[in-house]
Design a protein around this ligand. Sequence first.
Ligand code: SF4
Length: 692
Amino acid sequence: MTETHCPYCSLQCGMRLTGRRSPEVSAWEEFPVNEGGLCRKGWNAAGLYNNRDRLTTPLVRDRATGEFRPVSWDEALDTIAEKLTALKAEHGPDSVAVFGGGGLTNEKAYQLGKFARVALGTSQIDYNGRWCMSSAASAGTRAFGLDRGLPFPLKDLEQTDVAVLVGSNLAETMPPAARHLDALRERGGTVVVIDPRRTATADRADVVLQPVPGTDLALALGVLHLLVAGGHVDEQYVADRTTGFEDVRRSVASWWPERVERVTGVPAAEVRAIAQLLGSARKVMVLTARGAEQHSQGSDTVLAWINVALALGQCGTTYGGYGCLTGQGNGQGGREHGQKADQLPGYRMIDDPAAREHVAGVWGVPPESLPGKGRSAYELLDALGTEAGPKAMLVFGSNIVVSAPNASHVTRRLESLDLLVVADIVLSETAAIADVVLPVTQWAEETGTMTNLEGRVILRRRAITPPSGVRSDLEVLQGLAKRLDSPIPFETDPEEIFAELGLATRGGKADYSGITYARIAEEMGVFWPCPVSTGSTTEDGSTNEKHPGTPRMFLEEFATPDGRARFHAVEHRGAAEQPDADYPVHLTTGRVLAQYQSGAQTRRVRDLPDTGAFVEMHPMLAGRIGAADGATVRVTTRRGTMTAPARVVDTIRPDTVFVPFHWVGANRLTNDALDPASRMPEFKVCAAAVTT
Ligand code: SF4
């Protein structure tokens, strides 16, 4: 029996696995995050083991026939290395790109960033986490000086008085976490859900607001306007712990409730009621998720809600404040260790000379050999195969063909490459168009750390034996680095890599240097930042007192140079694409309980229902276009079209349709307009036409 964690979302629920060849999942009650609870995906996590779709042999596309043929690992890696070497010689190192994922372990994310910068020498690396919570990360960094999704343990939710969930469907995306909402309500607290759809989470709430998609920012401005007008701003806190409020006070002056109603569709009386609720509460917790963040104004939307939490004097106090509910399994750690275009490990910025020197020192290379900033995820994909863009790309842990916005365009860019390499466990839609496919180990077949949505670093242990023929991503990187004549060797032992990661992050914002595999196992997770020692002197004169980790951040001060949080005055711009005569409704996308992300894993698990995509719409809209429940309808946007059965429900706004994104189709429709700060695409809203 092995204690490990679920392969899917950022809650990283603890579970036990028994049986090395035919694994079975059972509850791990002692693990504090989920206390034995799992969602349907977690209970069926072992369903991918022994799956008939599992890849066990490298594949190379035969140029003559266009078909894949099985090859040896040596042939596959030699083929890749020869092509990359030739491209680099002809076009320079930036002709090769690397695309990572928010589901990769910390060790893989770290090693991937190092591989790109040192073995390939390319600046062209980014990852699909850019599409997950980068708007919240950007806003958190600007407001608090540091981004950690939740700066407090999730269980703190139970002790607040009012929890406001903006664009989060917690009950469906991470069901074991929803028990905290129930516990809060049992204590007499209030749950507010803000979402264009009345979701399963809304069913567990006391107050539900259903704004027009893309208007959460305007709603926040209106709430703050009323808090100011009602004298609910914690002026002492604002004076002691923040800067920039006067600009914000002025900027919300014109957002009176009737104007908010016109923009958001939320009745003015409901805006007044929520402001009154927040203004009179002792403790308020504001949590955002993708619904608020995946917009071309996503980072400003998060800043607007942070402004609300700061004005109420909540951030950096116990049981109050702001947090982001990260999505992917390692959405947090994945953004800290160097697979992002502008970052080095430990949340260090790649254009900071001191950061380059520190990390280069750990890697044993000259700082000047490290490339600079690359392109963000969508900009990178958009440049593939163009005159100035990369000619080859290596993809790890991402199914871009399904998950990228404006996916038909992105697929054409992938197809235009001289070389596309995909490392995956199954022939995903992206692997299916690759030139070389590398079969790699999955989740419980390998050991590594993940950092959950609370900033808790946890240990996923190897529990089952991988099928023969597959290799870990770490072995793939080692094999390629050797063939590319990397100036430094690449290790494959995850624990050794984690120790090196600790050194690379030492002194950085996300400092992991005091965390070891042994500590994680003993303490059931360690919260970063966790430096090697507290720096204080113990009674026996030793200065090496073990740092306990940091479950709650900002209690003393924020991570800005002066220790104060920053207000930012932001304005509502609206979605990049507004409905018009040709495309009269809003399209929004999201997840369903039984599936995860692009579905490459969960769609293959027999015991998880694979319903296929559907188009959720209100009876009024269905009546207007003559659609019956279950009948096929067509959704068209300026970028593409798809058909799926209508699902007619009265829980969605009449001006909005919803399509889940786990199947090919939804992202052919979505808009690639980017947030100027985070470079997050506008997945969550665009203009669409729905016809029968
Ligand atoms: S998918 Fe998320 S909520 Fe469900 S069991 Fe896995 S980690 Fe827990």
